[in-house]
Write a protein that binds this ligand. Sequence first.
Ligand SMILES: NC(=O)c1ccc[n+]([C@@H]2O[C@H](COP(=O)([O-])OP(=O)(O)OC[C@H]3O[C@@H](n4cnc5c(N)ncnc54)[C@H](OP(=O)(O)O)[C@@H]3O)[C@@H](O)[C@H]2O)c1
Length: 284
Amino acid sequence: MSIVVTGASGKLGRHVVEQLLEKVPAGQVTAVVRSPEKAAGLAERGVRVAVADYNAPETFDGLFAAGDKVLLISGNEFDKGRVRQHSVVIDAAKAAGVALLAYTSAPGSLTAALADDHRGTERALLDSGVPYVLLRNGWYHENYTENLAPVLEHGAVVAAAGEGRVSSASRADYAAAAVAVLTGEGHENTTYELGGDEAWSFAEYAAELSRQTGREIVYNPGTPEALTGILAGAGVPEPVAAVFAGVDAAIAKGELVVDSGDLSRLAGRPTTPLAEAVAAALKD
Ligand SMILES: NC(=O)c1ccc[n+]([C@@H]2O[C@H](COP(=O)([O-])OP(=O)(O)OC[C@H]3O[C@@H](n4cnc5c(N)ncnc54)[C@H](OP(=O)(O)O)[C@@H]3O)[C@@H](O)[C@H]2O)c1
């Protein structure tokens, strides 16, 4: 029996594997990666590394074993049919008879186009009959704190989120929830709505940046169309820019507020405040 993590070389996956290694012996953890060189350090620490690609179903043949607990981390190839990709993993997990398949989804309240692949994958997972957990992850703090350079350069947070609020949390927080599910008992066939303990508005985010930098940083709310144009002008492919702007429109409608408390309950501690994530990012 192994705890198997796909997308293990990604940013969330790395947090999950590190936190798993604090709880279980390395020999009980399998990291699934596309590029083994990205997991060389893990192999040296005794983690089993398996090489597989969501686009190549045969690479998942025999990868899972009966009784395994699997975390399927959603992929990031928006143009390659993520539901089909994720179904490759679900089919392989079913064939092996895994004990649990947890999937990193999106909040149930999110209706933006970005959520379509997640809803499709959830349906495939439920239809498969495999014992499931839906980890409906809210937004990451890092979506903002990893992109501070243009904000600091222009003294402005630009978004199309109106006065909407976001219950973001750090990747490490979402990883803690996943690890609790993978190492705990009694989570079968459960849906968790995961978000940070405190929702914030973009005006509050700009004020926090001002406080921590000592400079005036304002919030410039715009329309989704204007944001699509700004992102496209910065080199983001137009369809992707439109999807991001669609998320802001969803935020304006309150669709990324998650007040279930599931995340801090699973993690067993409060979630990381946005201000802490900002401070860490400004130190880098
Ligand atoms: N909640 C949020 O705010 C938020 C924000 C962004 C993304 N997401 C979703 O959450 C996922 C995890 O977030 P993250 O920050 O860890 O993203 P990330 O760093 O981009 O990681 C994505 C992972 O998926 C793997 N992957 C992509 N396509 C694959 C394929 N065809 N076969 C096998 N593996 C594949 C990548 O492998 P490589 O390491 O080889 O590239 C990587 O390990 C993302 O992929 C996305 O679906 C959520």
